[in-house]
Write a new protein. Structure first.
Length: 342
């Protein structure tokens, strides 16, 4: 039950480490960058402000807030001066819209001028892994050796290998590498996600036990919720994510989906709140034919409002975009629903 936010964390954590930025949300000051219109805002944003906004876009309530503005401004900056930083940020924004082909071209151009750009190698590994091009992804992980910490490079390699039929081996290798060491948030996330895929839900939780969800990226919040749901703790999801949701006016589909699933599975809530809200969001996405949210839509029609045809439709669209093990599992779930209905 993973979402398209799954792999964003590793790239952003690397960016935070490399750029020496604190791993917590940065709230832009309204009088500093918010202008009277998006057009004015886009034209006035400096590279430093753009970097902060792109880094912020991993946090709850921020993932799509300035997407259009960022894309326009970064495209203009990249066209005018294709530096490593503008190229990396522009590729990140393109990746977010699943414009992988263009993002890969931009990212490869960065490496032509700066072959050791750590964040770009991680970004390319991320995108290529999403597309199921695992050997190509691994080459970018290997390129990190000598340019960043051995644990970062190893996490990248083992993450890719876990998608190549070596999940158990990769998990145990990473556990061994991290023993008695301070691991980054990215490595903890990968460890937890691997344990989750191995159905070792207690271990998955242990890897992220000390993480504050109030300042965690959306990808990690979604993983935490999935672990709780697998352990039959819908009330914990409702109570924890409900508090987070109430403090943000713009809530990500993936988090709203987890709340809707938890509400449906709860025996204590007779009045539904999150399911109608998710239903409205799904209706909007379907009207727009919003393929970026195909994963969430397929999961909605599997876990909230059962609809075999729609689950299969959106799972197939998701599979066209993403080909990791969880995407394959989602497609299998949808196809099984259809077969069982015959």
């Amino acid at each position: 039950m993973r979402s398209h936010y799954k792999k964003m964390l590793f790239v952003f954590c690397a960016a935070l480490c490399v750029n020496n930025v604190l791993a917590k949300p940065i709230t832009p000051k309204d009088n500093a960058i918010i202008a009277s219109s998006n057009a004015t805002l886009s034209a006035n944003l400096t590279l430093e402000q753009l970097t902060a906004l792109v880094l912020n876009s991993q946090y709850i309530g921020q993932t799509e807030r300035y997407q259009g503005v960022l894309k326009k401004r970064l495209k203009n900056l990249y066209t005018a001066s294709a530096t490593a930083q503008t190229g990396y940020l522009y590729a990140r924004v393109l990746q977010k819209e699943h414009a992988f082909s263009r993002a890969i071209v931009v990212a490869n151009n960065v490496l032509k001028t700066q072959p050791d750009h750590v964040n770009t190698h991680l970004l390319l590994a991320n995108m290529l892994m999403t597309q199921g091009k695992f050997e190509q992804a691994k080459r970018h992980c290997v390129a990190l050796i000598g340019n960043t910490s051995l644990l970062t490079a190893s996490t990248c390699v083992l993450d890719v290998q876990s998608q190549q039929g070596k999940l158990s081996e990769s998990y145990h290798a990473l556990v061994k590498l991290t023993q008695n060491k301070n691991s980054s948030l990215a490595t903890k996330h990968v460890l937890s996600e691997m344990a989750f895929r191995l159905n070792r839900f207690t271990r998955a939780q242990q890897h992220i036990n000390n993480i504050d969800l109030n300042t965690a990226p959306v990808s990690l919040i979604v993983l935490w919720a999935d672990i709780q749901l697998q352990q039959n703790n819908p009330e914990k999801v409702l109570n924890t994510l409900g508090k987070l949701a109430n403090s943000h006016s713009s809530l990500e589909d993936a988090i709203l989906l987890k709340l809707a699933i938890a509400e449906k599975r709860s025996n204590k809530h007779t009045n539904t709140v999150w399911q109608p809200l998710m239903q409205q969001r799904v209706k909007l996405r379907e009207q727009r034919q919003d393929t970026f949210h195909a994963n969430d839509l397929a999961n909605y029609y599997i876990h909230v409002q059962a609809n075999q045809a729609k689950a299969q439709y959106w799972a197939n669209i998701n599979w066209q975009q993403a080909k990791m093990s969880t995407d394959k599992h989602l497609l299998s779930q949808a196809n099984t629903m259809v077969r069982d209905s015959l």
